[in-house]
Design a protein around this ligand. Structure first.
Ligand code: PMP
Length: 359
């Protein structure tokens, strides 16, 4: 077990940690999130399982790091001037991060997102002053896809950038310089496995590359994939890109292609796990019940995957994943009996945990 944790177990550390001071407002408050020891799951598996509490970023998700990364990179390259406009295509969390960054730095923010996303995210973006265009949720190959619309809209404006989170590797770099080093330091340089799902691939590529370099290749880095994504098959078949089919209740993860961000690391991935929605939804309720954590579906999927990876790596292994965001952004779905029934997922929730579905 980690030494800081050992100290806190025997009561030598304070119950509350002291955060740093940000002189740069929102931007300076991103990162430095706690690493949470998932006690019940660790005890059940005989391994040490940790989740990086990315929901504690000031914009509420892991994507705050990417948002800071892509905007800072554009500024450094002189692509945007004061008063300019930031345009992005996003399932929501990157947009929320960008909306915060734009308010903080004085830019206008315009977001194109698939209309399949939760109302909570659309509402929040508008409350943060972003201009939001929900567009039909069509495949990447279709010119009406939200990313292409964002790109074209940015091109039509002066002093505007399309931050292009999927293929702009400033995204993965943000995780290489922040999330990766934080996890390495927090695990005291001993980490047997890291696993997470990917949307843009920024988190997995950035963290994975850093951990591989620091551990001399010893830390295994795995990809977790929801239904409806092609990445599990791609990694486990050694590079076969299948047609996309099926869907998932998870939001923000799963992919139909190899993005530039993921492409920087995909050949170094050690393996992939496919996680069914039944397991993810059940884990949302389990984490609430046993750890007091209120997390979204991609986080739950990551934790299921971390448990499965820990079982593969054996008792005593230390595995980390990321807790991407809180359930607040999806609660009208994830905690609604009606919604769960409509998705055929009610039976996946253990009887004693059904009491949490209060909506
Ligand atoms: N979880 C959630 C809730 C997200 O919004 C995203 C980003 N789309 C991810 C996970 C995946 O992160 P990344 O884009 O770095 O692969």
């Amino acid at each position: 077990m980690l030494s800081a944790l050992r100290r806190s177990v025997v009561g030598q550390t304070r119950a509350f940690s002291t955060g740093h001071i940000s002189v740069n407002g929102f931007v300076g408050a991103v990162g430095n999130t706690p690493l949470i020891y998932l006690k019940t799951l660790s005890e059940q598996t005989g391994a040490e399982i940790y989740g990086k509490a990315e929901f504690q970023n000031p914009g509420g998700s892991i994507k705050d790091r990417a948002a800071v990364g892509v905007v800072t990179d554009a500024e450094e390259r002189g692509l945007i001037k004061p008063g300019g406009t930031v345009v992005e295509g996003t399932a929501g969390n990157t947009g929320i991060g960008l909306a915060h960054v734009c308010r903080n730095k004085g830019y206008k923010c315009v977001i194109f997102m698939p209309n399949s996303q939760s109302q909570e995210k659309i509402d929040l973006l508008r409350m943060l002053g972003a201009e939001v265009y929900p567009v039909p949720a069509v495949a990447y190959e279709n010119p009406a896809n939200y990313n292409h619309q964002a790109r074209d809209y940015a091109k039509s404006l002066d002093n505007a950038i399309w931050t292009d989170q999927f293929d702009n590797t400033a995204n993965a770099k943000a995780h290489y310089v922040s999330t990766g080093p934080e996890i390495w330091e927090q695990t005291e340089g001993k980490l047997d496995g890291f696993i997470c799902a990917t949307g843009t691939g920024g988190t997995l590529a950035g963290v994975g590359k850093y951990l591989k370099e620091k551990s001399g290749g010893k830390t295994q880095v795995w990809l977790a994939d929801p239904p409806g994504s092609v990445l599990y098959t791609y990694v486990s078949s050694g590079g076969k890109l299948a047609e996309r089919s099926g869907s998932s209740i998870t939001e923000g993860i799963g992919q139909g292609r190899i993005t530039n961000n993921l492409g920087t690391f995909i050949n170094d991935i050690d393996g992939a796990l496919h996680i069914a929605d039944e397991k993810s939804i059940s884990m949302i309720y389990q984490l609430l019940d046993t750890e007091g954590l209120y997390v979204g579906a991609s986080t739950a999927l990551n934790v299921v995957a971390a448990v499965e990876l820990a079982q593969k790596l054996g008792k005593g292994s230390r595995v980390a994943t990321v807790l991407c965001d809180g359930a607040y952004r999806y609660q009208s779905r994830l905690f609604s009996k009606k919604w769960l029934q409509s998705k055929g997922l009610e039976a996946a929730i253990p009887e004693h945990l059904k009491k949490y579905a209060v909506l």
